[in-house]
Write a new protein. Structure first.
Length: 195
């Protein structure tokens, strides 16, 4: 069963305070078999590998390339800047203020354009900002008695009219092309490494 917004919000995630002002765009169960003791970093690392792979393969890869081309054409972001060189995003600043951790002492992680906000025992938060949207990917391990599953929640905050129109246009492509390809690649990567 696909997780719901209510089921996500009923968990005591650190993200709830950090992403205030963002809306939940999508929630998915990740098609991987995990145990209560599985480190969440394994989920994050496999997710990063999977999204890097789908950016280069098939129709989903073409969509990523088209999006990058549009980004360059309309100067939505500088695709040559790595996440290590990007200034801290709003979520990283919020988490830094909440935990009293200086930003320069917080870890970098994720993949191009995404930055690691935090990685805890049960959850990971990544963020991205550009001229169309501020967004976050929350990866979490949900433990229920002796069972566990992994979930991905997408938070977004469109930037103005351009951001709202952009999110509306890409929604069918995300649901029909990108997410199915991502989840399939994620499952394949996970099975190769941890099955």
């Amino acid at each position: 069963m696909k997780p719901t917004v209510n089921s996500h919000l009923s968990q005591h995630w650190q993200a709830h305070d950090i992403v205030s002002g963002f809306r939940i765009e999508d929630i998915w169960h990740l098609p991987i078999n995990i145990k209560p003791e599985t480190p969440i970093r394994h989920v994050q690392e496999t997710f990063v590998e999977a999204i890097s792979q789908i950016g280069t393969k098939g129709f989903a890869g073409l969509l990523f390339k088209f999006r990058n081309w549009l980004g360059k054409l309309f100067n939505w972001e500088d695709s040559t800047i790595s996440n290590a060189e990007l200034p801290p995003g709003v979520l990283k600043k919020r988490y830094s203020a909440k935990t009293k951790t200086p930003i320069e002492e917080m870890p970098k992680g994720g993949f191009d354009h995404f930055d690691l906000v935090y990685q805890l025992d049960q959850e990971v938060l990544l963020e991205i900002e550009n001229k169309t949207v501020q967004a976050a990917i929350h990866l979490a391990k949900v433990v229920d008695e002796q069972e566990a599953n992994a979930q991905m929640t997408i938070y977004v905050k469109p930037n103005g009219l351009l951001g709202r129109v952009y999110m509306l246009i890409i929604k069918p492509f995300r649901h029909w092309v990108v997410y199915p390809a991502l989840l399939k690649m994620l499952a394949n990567q996970w099975n190769r490494k941890y099955a």
